[in-house]
Design a binder for this molecule. Structure first.
Ligand code: FES
Length: 169
């Protein structure tokens, strides 16, 4: 009887020892997994750099899809004259252009990039182009600043009107 108990005690000790070994091996395994993840991050970070180029490529693809007549968008039909309200206008974000009709039958075009901080201008009404970011206002007939914080006029853009079509020129 006593001999059996004596044998059981060392067995318990061995079991504890085995658990310790397994836990240690698990820790080593985690360490190896972390190292593997760390090394995987670098290629992913490197892969992120070409993503910027991918964005530029998308812009090019858009131009190609819309530009039936040329790669630069020249001759591209932006809108029908009926699409541009008198006294108002319309922003063509993909082309970076805002087209206005300050007076009946008179069409103007400007860069849609606000000269304050580069937002795309938004609402066009009552002869005024307004930037949604900080409230700058521009004259829809010549792009000049009506109200700051912008201090420079909107850049000019070239369009041509052929029949009822407004095209980039
Ligand atoms: Fe247009 Fe500031 S970016 S008002």
């Amino acid at each position: 009887m006593t001999g059996t108990q004596g044998t059981a005690r060392p067995a318990t000790g061995r079991t504890v020892a085995r658990r310790t070994v397994v836990a240690a091996a698990g820790a080593v395994g985690l360490g190896a997994a972390l190292v593997a993840c760390g090394s995987d991050d670098s290629p992913e970070a490197a892969a992120g750099k070409p993503a910027d180029n991918g964005g530029a490529d998308n812009g090019g693809a858009d131009d190609g899809a819309n530009g039936d007549s040329g790669a630069d968008g020249q001759g591209e039909v932006l809108a029908r004259t009926a699409d541009i309200p008198e006294g108002g206008g319309k922003v063509f974000e993909a082309q970076g252009v805002v087209v206005t009709q300050p007076a009946a039958g008179q069409f103007k075009a400007f860069s849609s990039e606000c000269t304050h901080s580069g937002c795309t201008v938004g609402n066009i009404s009552n002869g005024t182009i307004t930037c949604p970011c900080h409230g700058s206002q521009f004259d829809a007939s010549d792009g000049s600043v009506k109200k700051g914080p912008a201090t420079r006029p909107l850049g000019a853009a070239s369009i041509s009107v052929e029949g009822d079509e407004i095209k980039l020129a």
